[in-house]
Write a protein that binds this ligand. Structure first.
Ligand SMILES: *Cc1c(COP(=O)(O)O)cnc(C)c1O
Length: 451
């Protein structure tokens, strides 16, 4: 256990309530959510961290940042809400590959399609980005216990980050979470409380427990610092796209790319035209938005991409609110098979709705059948094995292509949020079983003659 550090993050100067506008200076230990609406549910006094961008610009150039040999999220330290990047557990979160799936792009008529595969994080989901920040903040403030409620991935991420630094933790998951995710919790030695109830009930119980027992609370959409971990995906996408453009130019592929660069920064950071990501509570899409907002404020990118949030029609509270132009979602009864996006009352509703509305994007709702089917083209044409919630983003992209929400010349990034190994049962449902043969050459011949 590290000594508690009292210095705040160097460039964070306050937290602002997105609901009532009240500002909390960082010096007074700000709350998780604003006092204007501290209760749980979607109508929360969601806080957003504010950075001193001028001070960051005076401290570091994008070139220095891009040249940092640490490729994990610690690499973005001036834009992280922690006092010191060495507080991050040594698990190398982030730096996941941005790949150009040629066959999948051709299939969709989108030659500049990219997949950001966040299934390749230490605990095999996007959630590592946030959990790393949670553990760093808990250590910084000297908490002895960290807790979270989770549909499974946030918990697995927290469990592994805690194991890396010997931090005690308590996990609240619905007992229906897929076995692989529960196995991850158990193997890392967490105190696992499988709740006989929904994710939403686990969420509320975790908040109460943290309050009563004095534990650090990592809950998504409740702890405002989680957005700050999740935003690192936007930084990486922008850096990786800039590198891809440089490489294409060197190989003489495509249009005269160099002439498109207007500032030197654009050789280091490039925004795509659109990003597709699946949405449950809305924290990831809010984080993606925050990351691109940071880069825009620093003048390191020149435009904000359109953000598309994909939900299951069986868990579509945010899609409904967006379509009906409501300020906040009404709770639904979520029944989707894509457990990671199965949410009744989205907790990060304000940030998620802002992400889509302020970037001219859209919410898209896809049926569960399309989500499960999407696992196959993503694997067979893109060679990325996604869990159902990850594949949902692809199902949403297919719908967006049909509705002409994207153009063939645009640069589009699809984020896979979780590995397919997290939920093998869902995959077996769409692939069917394996053919068993006797160990003879005849059988091999018969089984392969039509392939
Ligand atoms: C958590 C999660 C999501 C949804 O993220 P929210 O922040 O809840 O919107 C999507 N996919 C996977 C794999 C996840 O674990």
């Amino acid at each position: 256990m590290l000594e508690p550090l009292n210095q705040p993050a160097p460039y964070v100067y306050s937290l602002v309530c997105l609901r009532c506008g009240v500002i909390y200076p960082v010096s007074v230990a700000p709350p998780y959510v604003c006092g204007c609406r501290p209760n749980v549910g979607s109508d929360l006094g969601t806080l957003d961290l504010q950075y001193d961008y001028t001070a960051i610009q005076q401290t570091i150039t994008p070139g220095q940042l891009a040249a940092d040999p640490d490729r994990s999220i610690g690499h973005y330290w001036p834009l992280l809400p922690i006092a010191d990047r060495h507080l991050l557990p040594p698990l190398a979160v982030g730096n996941t590959p941005l790949m150009q799936p040629m066959q999948l792009g051709a299939h969709l008529g989108l030659p500049k399609l990219f997949i950001k595969d966040d299934g390749r994080n230490p605990s095999s989901s996007f959630k590592d980005r946030a959990s790393a920040i949670a553990v760093a903040r808990a250590r910084q403030q000297g908490y002895t216990m960290v807790a979270t409620a989770s549909t499974g991935n946030a918990a697995a991420a927290l469990a592994s980050q805690c194991a890396a630094v010997g931090q005690k933790n308590v996990i609240f998951v619905p007992k229906s979470a897929p076995p692989a995710k529960i196995a991850q919790l158990l193997v890392y030695g967490s105190n696992v409380l499988a709740i006989d109830g929904t994710y939403d009930q686990a969420f509320d119980l975790c908040i109460e427990a943290c309050h009563i027992f004095g534990w650090y609370n990592r809950n998504t959409g409740y702890n405002p610092y989680m957005t700050e971990g999740k935003k690192t995906v936007a930084f990486e996408i922008a850096e990786q796209l800039a590198k891809w453009r440089m490489r294409s130019a060197e190989r003489g592929i495509g249009s005269p790319v160099y002439s498109e660069f207007r500032t030197p920064n654009s050789e280091l950071f490039q925004a795509p035209d659109a990003v597709f990501v699946s949405v449950g509570d809305g924290c990831i899409i809010g984080g993606v938005h925050k990351g691109f907002k940071d880069l825009l404020a620093l003048g390191w990118i020149e435009k904000m991409p359109r953000l598309y949030g994909v939900q299951s029609t069986q868990s579509a509270a945010l899609y409904d609110a967006w379509r009906r132009d409501l300020p906040l979602p009404e709770a639904v009864v979520a029944t989707t098979r894509a457990d990671s996006i199965s949410v009744n009352a989205p907790r990060d509703a304000i940030k998620a709705l802002n992400a889509v509305r302020q970037t001219n994007g859209a919410f898209i709702a896809v049926p569960d059948t399309a989500i499960l089917q999407a696992i196959l083209p993503l694997a067979r044409l893109g060679a990325v094995f996604a869990e159902p919630a990850g594949a949902a983003a692809y199902a949403g992209l297919v719908q967006a292509v049909q509705q002409k929400l994207v153009r063939p010349d645009e640069t589009i990034v699809l984020i896979n949020t979780g590995s397919g190994l997290k939920d093998v049962a869902a995959t077996m449902q769409v692939t069917g079983g394996v053919t068993v043969i006797p160990p003879t050459l005849d059988a091999v011949f018969n089984a392969t003659k039509d392939v």
